[in-house]
Ligand binder design. Structure first.
Ligand SMILES: [Ca+2]
Ligand SMILES: [Ca+2]
Length: 246
């Protein structure tokens, strides 16, 4: 009887640990502003509030995760962030309906630093080039963790990144805007279409967010467009972009 009690106790603890996973997640939902009746009601987005929480930077002042060296494989790696969905406790932003019936959520890589990889080995998921995708709605658990890997020496010294979009294969939801995760170092200010340089692609992205005024952690300061993190996209941010132009 005591052994059964121990087993039940351990299973209960493991279950609650998983539910309260301490790792960082990007949360998939819709209706980013949480207000019904506005343009984004059926548009997908990821809540980025936890992005870079475990960046090794207690003040959350940087836009990257550090990678750790793994001597066994001579590579640099890190096991965050993962994906999950916004829970029913946030009903305005929770995906409504039944997955694979009312929607089918695809996470697609649209850009990645050459040589960089994001993978979940158990499930056979790997992103290593643009076009790689996973059917998130096909997973038995919405809670998906990825490990990010870069070869030595670039995993220590060079900016690494991966950019995703999320879309609904059934087209009942509009695709998300692109969102990126950076590793090793901060991207240059203004490098919004992240690739380590600031050019016309970034300028186009900057114009998309021009004069927005609700930047914060949850939208990753409009994907770093609000470069000085004052909540607004204005001439101060433009001047920071211009300093890195080409
Ligand atoms: Ca760029
Ligand atoms: Ca700003």
């Amino acid at each position: 009887m005591f052994r059964i009690f121990i087993i039940i106790f351990v299973l209960t603890c493991c279950g609650s640990c998983f539910a309260d996973c301490p790792l960082d997640h990007l949360l998939i939902g819709c209706n980013q502003d949480g207000i019904t009746g506005t343009d984004d009601d059926n548009k997908l987005f990821v809540d980025c509030t936890l992005k870079y929480r475990h960046s090794g930077d207690i003040d959350w002042q940087h836009w990257y995760y550090q990678l750790n060296y793994n001597p066994r494989y001579n590579r640099w790696q890190f096991g965050e962030p993962g994906f999950d969905v916004i829970s029913i406790n946030d009903p305005n932003r929770h995906l409504s309906g039944i997955k694979n019936v009312n929607y089918r959520i695809i996470i697609e890589c649209i850009s990645i630093k050459p040589g960089f990889v994001a993978k979940e080995s158990t499930l056979g998921i790997e992103f290593n080039e643009a076009g790689d995708f996973v059917n998130h709605s096909a997973l038995s658990d919405s809670h998906l963790h990825l490990e990010y890997r870069a070869p030595a020496p670039s995993g220590e010294t060079e900016l690494q990144w991966i950019t995703f979009i999320i879309y609904d294969e059934f087209e009942n939801y509009e695709p998300s805007n692109p969102f990126s995760i950076a590793f090793v170092m901060d991207p240059p200010a203004g490098d919004l279409v992240i690739d380590g340089k600031v050019d016309m692609d970034d300028m186009t992205e900057f114009c998309y967010y021009w004069l927005e005024s609700d930047g914060g952690k949850s939208n990753d300061y409009y994907e770093r467009t609000d470069a000085n993190r004052d909540g607004k996209v204005d001439f101060i941010d433009f001047s920071m972009l211009a300093l890195n132009w080409l």
